[in-house]
Design a protein around this ligand. Structure first.
Ligand SMILES: *Cc1c(COP(=O)(O)O)cnc(C)c1O
Length: 375
């Protein structure tokens, strides 16, 4: 099937673009000897895990289900971090995962013996209290009162027995200069204990595959930790793996006016691209421009009842009409993993496009997918 024949709404992941990202990440692995694992919460299209596993070292999970998916579908190194683990899940988590990272000393005390007895690596998440992002408190694990990681004030070196690594995750869509700033804070606050560790995990949020990302500076950060402390370095990006590697195709259902030109699409910001509202951001739309730049400007909205279910204002060369297809870009990450059936909206189909432009529909959803989550 060709791209223009796919049903809408439909997420399409472009394998060639994904592989371009994977090659960049694999270059960092090859040049530095670090390990990079996929943060599945951003992108869990497991059909492509065998391909991703050719370039990366494994997967990381936010909980039991992702851990199981990573083990089943990629089967390489499997890591996990969660703010707290459930007693009725920890045994299975330990079975599935190689690195188990704890968020507090109490969690560590509760579960570390079990994990160590099973031969697993135990890590502790630290909070270097170094905010490098502005105006983004909900994405800043170092914001005041954050529940993520142990701060220096609450660090208890006497309880580090059995802990082989430290983990921090403080970045979101950031460049290597912010990583460098964060590493300085990590060394200043926790440097004393880095020498006794085997590994350090830099978390995610590294926008490594973005055009302006400073890869040499990232590699210098990695080498600094390797050389100064003899540490194995892990990165666990989500976004960077599938950044700009997918689309969401939608069809215009209707147009009307209310002071502005309005187009209603068969997709929804709220249901199918929730980060557009939560982050918020304006997704790229192929063939369009900023409002007013081209002759015909439209406010693009979804089918739900939510007044704010607006993707944004875009301008076009020609008027939009019912039946036109629009293609949003950068729709691989934080989309499929976050979508909902609010208002009974159907979930978009999921397709993969190969290097020759052939598309295969991997999954289509229907009424049962809506009904089965309710009772
Ligand atoms: C979200 C998250 C990641 C991945 O973040 P990206 O911004 O998608 O790269 C990695 N590690 C942890 C602990 C996370 O919470």
């Amino acid at each position: 099937m060709k791209f223009h024949e796919l049903p809408t709404p439909c997420y399409v992941v472009d394998k060639a673009l994904l592989e371009k990202n994977l090659e960049i990440l694999n270059g960092v692995i090859k040049r530095t000897g670090c390990k990079i694992v996929l943060a599945q919460k951003a992108f869990s299209l497991y059909t492509l895990y065998p391909l991703i596993g050719k370039y990366l070292d494994g997967t990381t999970a936010s909980g039991l289900f992702e851990a199981r998916l990573g083990r089943e579908e990629m089967g390489k190194e499997n890591h996990i971090f969660a703010p707290a683990y459930r007693e009725d899940e920890i045994d299975e988590i330990i079975l599935l995962c190689d690195h188990i990272i704890f968020n507090s000393f109490s969690q560590l005390e509760k579960f570390k013996d079990k994990a160590l007895a099973a031969g697993k690596k135990v890590g502790l998440r630290i909070n270097p209290e170094c905010s490098t992002q502005i105006g983004h408190a909900i994405y800043d694990p170092c914001s005041p009162g954050s529940r993520f990681g142990v701060t220096r004030e609450h660090f208890r070196p006497e309880l580090l027995d059995g802990v082989s690594g430290l983990h921090f995750h403080t970045l979101c869509q950031q460049n290597a200069d912010d990583l460098e700033t964060t590493l300085n804070a990590v060394e200043e606050k926790f440097g004393e204990w880095l020498g006794q560790m085997e590994w350090i995990n830099f978390g995610g949020g590294h926008h490594i595959t973005r055009e302006d990302y400073d890869i040499p500076r990232l590699e210098a950060c990695i080498k600094r930790m390797q050389q100064k402390y003899g540490l194995e370095v892990y990165l666990e990006p989500g976004e960077a793996v599938a950044l700009n590697a997918g689309y969401l195709i939608t069809t215009v259902l209707d147009t009307h006016q209310n002071g502005v030109e309005i187009a209603i699409l068969d997709t929804s910001a709220s249901c199918h691209m929730p980060d557009v509202l939560e982050m918020p951001y304006r997704p790229p739309l192929l063939g369009s421009s900023e409002p007013g730049e081209k002759p015909y400007t439209y406010r693009l909205g979804g089918q739900t009842c939510l007044t704010g279910d607006i993707i944004g204002d875009y301008s076009f060369d020609a008027p939009l009409k019912s039946g036109d297809r629009l293609v949003f870009a950068d729709m691989a990450i934080y989309t499929m993993v976050k979508n909902t059936t609010f208002n009974g909206m159907p979930l978009p189909a999921i397709a993969v496009q190969d290097k020759d432009g052939n598309c295969e529909i991997i999954h289509q959803f229907g009424y049962q997918d809506f009904k089965m989550r309710l009772a």
